[in-house]
Write a protein that binds this ligand. Structure first.
Ligand code: PMV
Length: 313
């Protein structure tokens, strides 16, 4: 898939989607389905050659606080991951300046690492590269960030749209009949995907007869959620999101900041609200109430600045 020939230059620009998981985080690690959607404000990279072709690649993404020289042997995870992706694509490892723009927060469960690894792969392989080759290269970097990721983030970052994802199976696009409006609430609480995935694994090892049915219920919520989406039944989807949040809490991956956001959204009439992504911090999502203004105002008063998006094909 990834070219065997060395490529000595980067394309001038490359893009990748951010992502939001609607349903099925964590259970997706155990082979159950998940629904995720691409966020168009993901990442846009631009590349220009440095005067010295032997100088380390400079990677600067001001919105994410990234300003790094990609020196071989570097131990910063972003630098290690970026170099691993460039190397997997047989691309240049020196002599370029890469700058990124994003309107999404980093490290908040909105797919920033997958967006970076997908966009870097596309800088080498080009905009017309087969999507599977881009995803394969992205996964090389994602494993450095997250250990054994399911691959969901890379698939959405490369493809966009609203996808049904099962680990190891071809990704399916869900044919929406209308866009799904969504509010995304960054909690501002830092979290680690690897830590949260590890917590679920440990709880499942201690309590398999309790946790396996919870994971199965999260997977069932995905199938019911797809039915609701196909009927454009946002009330039904909202109830499934509410149940999923409680199931994720049973896996010990919610956090007080996420529970507060979810409770505030429901109290202001949101049909559904839940944590999204690994949990422990990061973001929560809600289907907006008929009049979202009071919820938006109450969130801002609490120091939470929601993003209003529509996910669509
Ligand atoms: O990194 P996040 O917050 O988008 O979470 C990833 C989703 C998990 O299901 C928790 C892990 C995975 O590899 O799918």
């Amino acid at each position: 898939m990834i070219p065997i020939k060395t490529i000595d230059r980067l394309h001038p620009t490359a893009e990748a989607f951010g992502k939001v998981i609607l349903l099925g985080e964590h259970s997706v690690v155990y082979g159950h389905p998940a629904i995720a959607a691409g966020l168009p404000q993901g990442l846009r990279l631009t590349a220009e050659p440095l005067p010295d072709s032997a100088a380390p690649i400079e990677l600067e993404i001001p919105a994410w606080g990234i300003d790094l020289a990609l020196r071989p042997g570097e131990v910063h995870p972003v630098a290690m991951s970026a170099l691993a992706v460039l190397s997997a694509c047989k691309g240049p490892r020196s002599g370029w300046r890469v700058r990124g723009e994003s309107s999404l927060p980093a490290r908040a469960g909105l797919g920033s690492s997958a967006a970076l690894t997908v966009a870097l792969a596309r800088l080498v392989l080009g905009p017309d590269a087969p999507v599977d080759a881009v995803i394969e290269a992205s996964m090389v970097g994602e494993r450095i960030f997250h250990g054994q990721p399911s691959g969901l983030d890379s698939a959405v970052a490369a493809r966009g749209g609203v996808l049904r994802f099962v680990r190891g199976e071809p990704t399916q696009e869900i044919a929406l009949t209308a866009p799904i409006p969504l509010l995304i609430f960054p909690s501002g609480v830092a979290r680690s995907t690897a830590v949260e995935v590890g917590k679920v694994r440990a709880r499942r090892e201690r309590l398999p007869s309790i946790i396996d049915p919870v994971l199965g219920a999260l997977g069932a919520a995905v199938e019911s959620g797809i039915d609701a989406i196909l009927r454009n039944d946002l009330e039904g989807l909202g109830e499934i999101m509410n149940v999923s949040h409680e199931l994720l809490s049973a896996l010990d991956v919610s956090a007080p900041a996420l529970d507060h956001i979810v409770e505030r959204a429901r109290a202001h009439g949101a049909p559904g609200a839940k944590l999204t992504g690994a949990g422990g911090g990061g973001c929560a999502i809600a289907l907006p109430p008929a009049d979202p203004a009071p919820l938006l105002a109450a969130s801002r008063a609490a120091g939470i600045h929601p993003l209003q998006v529509e996910v669509w094909r």
